[in-house]
Design a protein around this ligand. Structure first.
Ligand code: NAI
Length: 316
């Protein structure tokens, strides 16, 4: 049987990663971009990454790198790109007007069954999709960078999204080995970034107030909280750190509230603290493409190792 086809709109960092994830899942992938040279670079980059991963035994899926590459084709004609697609994942720059324009274009050329999905990190579905003829088929599938190594996908419906669109998107993400979560309604920052910003803002206040150095602050996460958070979330942590959640609340609610009441206002993320954090981080990782890329490569290797470990340690 012919594998189903998905279309990726935009072949940058996230579009490439989605293309690889879908190809690993055995899907035919059409990668669309406005710039042919961008597509050429994307294909070269995908080939290189897949070959390297195959060599080191971490390529996803049952197919070889060559077989996966053969599933990916590129296109600069939108109509041709979406023809035959059952799922379209938009990955263009984070700009509301641009994305609205693209979904407007898609709205007039697609049929009634394809899913129109956006990778947006923070634009609300009601901003992106309101007024579209095919709004019932529209949804946000927000990945985490790099999606190839970090499987979470936040699925966020528009108020008018058909429940079957949510279910189909959820099932598709599962099928390609991602880890989808469903939001019941849209909210600024979705869930991942709300949690992330809560952590960043307290980190910023602690460093800004001189309680701890930037380097030590990062260690609190990478050698402390992060160790468990790769396996269990904050709520399960509560459950396990006492005799269940109720017992945790009985024991620790007052203490938590005491601490939480000392949290400061939303930081400005400007001025002296920026310099302080930037200086500490730049000493460790100079702000130069080579150094940043080397560190990103190391991070991805760590994430690959962690993904392997998580598979070994799998439990429900
Ligand atoms: P990027 O800048 O690397 O890639 C954007 C691509 O879109 C480029 O290839 C560009 O040529 C293409 N493009 C521009 N206008 C277009 C048009 N009219 N039609 C088709 N293609 C067009 O951006 P990146 O980082 O891949 O982000 C894409 C989306 O993914 C954004 O919405 C972003 O918020 C979201 N996202 C990004 C994450 C990240 O860490 N980079 C994480 C999760 C989501």
């Amino acid at each position: 049987m012919e594998p189903s086809q998905v279309t990726i709109i935009g072949s940058g960092l996230i579009g490439r990663s989605w293309a690889m994830v879908f190809a690993a899942g055995g899907f035919r992938v059409k990668l669309y971009d406005i710039a042919q040279e961008q597509l050429t670079t994307a294909l070269e980059n995908i080939r290189k990454q897949m070959q390297e991963m195959e060599k080191s035994g971490v390529l996803k899926g049952a197919l070889s790198a060559e077989q996966q590459l053969a599933l990916i084709s590129v296109c600069t004609d939108l109509k041709a790109a979406v023809e035959g697609a059952t799922f379209i994942q938009e990955c263009t720059p984070e700009n509301l007007e641009l994305k609205k324009k693209i979904f407007g274009q898609l709205d007039v050329i697609v049929g009634d069954s394809v899913i129109l999905s956006s990778s947006t990190s923070c634009l609300l579905p009601s901003k992106l999709f309101t007024g579209l003829k095919h709004v019932k088929q529209c949804i946000v599938s927000h990945p985490v960078n790099p999606p190839y190594f970090v499987p979470l996908v936040e699925i966020v419906p528009h108020p008018e999204t058909d429940p079957s669109t949510t279910e189909r998107t959820y099932a598709l993400m599962k099928k390609i080995g991602q880890s989808p979560v469903k939001l019941n309604r849209e909210i600024e920052g979705f869930v991942l970034n709300r949690l992330q910003y809560a952590v960043i803002s307290e980190a910023w206040r602690l460093v800004g107030e001189g309680v701890i150095s930037p380097t030590d602050l990062d260690l609190v996460m990478s050698d402390g909280l992060g160790m468990r958070y790769a396996f269990i979330g904050p709520l399960e942590t509560m459950h396990l750190n006492a005799e269940g959640v109720s017992s945790y609340c009985e024991r620790y609610a007052e203490g938590m509230k005491l601490v939480l009441n000392t949290f400061g206002p939303v930081p400005e993320f400007s001025g002296e603290t920026v310099q302080k954090v930037n200086q500490a981080l730049s000493e460790k990782i100079p702000v130069a493409p080579k150094a940043l890329d080397a560190r990103r490569k190391w991070r991805d290797e760590c994430l690959t190792g962690l993904a392997k470990l998580k598979t070994q340690m799998k439990s429900d």
